[in-house]
Design a protein around this ligand. Structure first.
Ligand code: NAD
Length: 324
C-alpha cells in the first residue's frame, strides 16, 4: 500500500480504528474531523486536521495531495439518535458528502471510498425478527426506515453519478452494525451493543437493565477489526458497486443482552421499555457478494468481540464513576 491516505471522520469510532491500522502499515495518514478520539492514546495518524467538512474550503484543504480518501465523516448515532434527528442529519451529511466528492475530484484523488449503511434497505424487507439476509440488490424499490438511510442512499447515487460522468474511481460499502472498543458508549449517540454493555457495567449485582422495545427485534453485528479489514480489502479491490460488510449471525436484542450479562458474571434481569425506539423489526446481512468478490468474511465471534467491548466499556464506566 504505502500511500497518502485521508480518513474523514478519523476522530470517530470506525475512522480511528481504520486510521490506526493504515498508519501501522506504513501509509502516510491524515485524519480530518471536528473532534478526535481521546480513547486511543498512541499516535494513530501522521496529520490531524481539525475541520468542519460541511464547509467547501475545508474539504479542499483535507483532500489536497492525497492519493486515497476514506470518507467516513457523518452526523450519526444509534437508533435513538437517528429516529429523533432528521433535518440536521440530512443537511450535514449531504453537505459533507457532496463537497468531499467534488473536492476529491478537483484534487485528483485516485480512489474514494464512501461508507453507506444497512439503513438504506427498504422497511418492507425487514418486518419480521426471523428475517432473510439483505442482498445488495434488495435496495430497490427504495423505502428506507429513516432520514439517515435516505441520505445514505442519495449519496450512493451521487457516487454513481460521479463514477459515470466524471470517471472517478469510487468504492461504496454498506456497514451492518459495527461494534467494538474505543467508540461512543454514552451520551445518546451510542448503538445497541455499547449501550447494553454500559447498562450492564453500571448495574448493581443483582440488578436489572432496560431493553428498548420488546427485545425480540433482531440484528447482526460485525466486530471492528473485521470491519477495518473488509473496508481496506474493498478499497484495494476492483469492485466498484455497493457491497455489504457485516455479519450473517442474526440475534435478538434479548440474546445480545444475555451474552453481555453472561460476560459480566452478574445476575441481571431485563425490563422491556415498549415506548423506546427500536427501528425495523429484523435486519440481517447477506454477505455472499463480499465472500465472492473480496474473499472477505468476518472472523471474530460475537462472544469474543463482545467480551473485548464489555471489558473496555466497564473500565471506562469505572473511570467515569471516579470522575463524575
Ligand atoms: P462516529 O460518529 O464515531 O464517527 C463519525 C465522525 O464524523 C465523528 O468523529 C464526527 O465528529 C465526524 N463528523 C461529524 N460531522 C462532521 C463534520 N461536519 N466535519 C468533520 N467531521 C465530522 O461514527 P462511526 O460509527 O465511526 O461511523 C463512521 C461511518 O460509518 C459513518 O459514515 C457512518 O454513517 C457509517 N456507518 C457506521 C455504522 C456503525 O455501525 N457504526 C453502520 C453503518 C454506517
Amino acid at each position: 500500500m504505502s500511500k497518502k491516505v485521508l480518513v474523514t471522520g478519523g476522530g470517530g469510532f470506525i475512522g480511528s480504528h481504520l486510521a490506526r491500522y493504515l498508519h501501522s502499515q506504513g501509509n502516510f495518514v491524515r485524519i480530518a474531523d471536528v473532534k478526535f478520539n481521546d480513547y486511543i492514546k498512541e499516535e494513530y495518524c501522521d496529520e490531524k486536521f481539525k475541520l468542519d467538512l460541511r464547509v467547501w474550503d475545508n474539504c479542499l484543504a483535507a483532500t489536497k495531495d492525497m492519493d486515497k480518501v476514506y470518507n467516513l465523516a457523518a452526523n450519526m448515532g444509534g437508533i435513538g439518535f437517528i429516529t429523533a434527528v432528521g433535518a440536521e442529519v440530512m443537511h450535514d451529511n449531504v453537505l459533507i458528502n457532496t463537497y468531499m466528492l467534488e473536492a476529491a475530484r478537483q484534487n485528483n484523488v485516485k480512489r474514494f471510498l464512501y461508507t453507506s449503511s444497512a439503513c438504506i434497505y427498504p422497511t418492507y424487507k425487514q418486518t419480521s425478527p426471523d428475517v432473510t439476509g439483505l442482498r445488495e440488490e434488495d435496495a430497490y424499490p427504495a423505502d428506507p426506515d429513516n432520514f439517515y438511510g435516505w441520505e445514505k442512499l442519495f449519496t450512493e447515487k451521487l457516487c454513481e453519478a460521479y463514477q459515470r460522468d466524471k470517471g472517478m474511481d469510487i468504492r461504496v460499502l454498506r456497514y451492518h452494525n459495527i461494534y467494538g472498543p474505543e467508540g461512543t458508549y454514552k451520551g445518546g449517540r451510542e448503538k445497541s451493543p455499547a449501550a447494553l454493555c454500559r447498562k450492564v457495567a453500571e448495574s448493581s449485582n443483582p440488578g436489572s437493565i432496560t431493553i428498548w422495545g420488546d427485545g425480540k427485534q433482531s440484528r447482526s453485528y460485525c466486530y471492528i477489526d473485521d470491519c477495518v479489514n473488509g473496508t481496506i480489502t474493498l478499497m484495494e479491490s476492483n469492485y466498484d458497486k455497493p457491497i455489504n460488510i457485516g455479519s450473517e449471525r442474526l440475534v435478538t436484542i434479548n440474546e445480545l443482552a444475555d451474552i453481555i450479562i453472561g460476560i459480566s458474571h452478574k445476575k441481571i434481569t431485563k425490563e422491556p421499555d415498549l415506548s423506546a425506539p427500536q427501528g425495523v423489526r429484523g435486519r440481517n446481512a447477506d454477505i455472499s457478494l463480499a465472500r465472492k468478490v473480496l474473499k472477505w468474511e468476518p472472523k471474530v465471534s460475537l462472544e469474543d468481540g463482545l467480551e473485548k467491548t464489555y471489558q473496555w466499556i466497564a473500565e471506562r464506566c469505572a473511570v467515569d464513576q471516579d470522575n463524575p
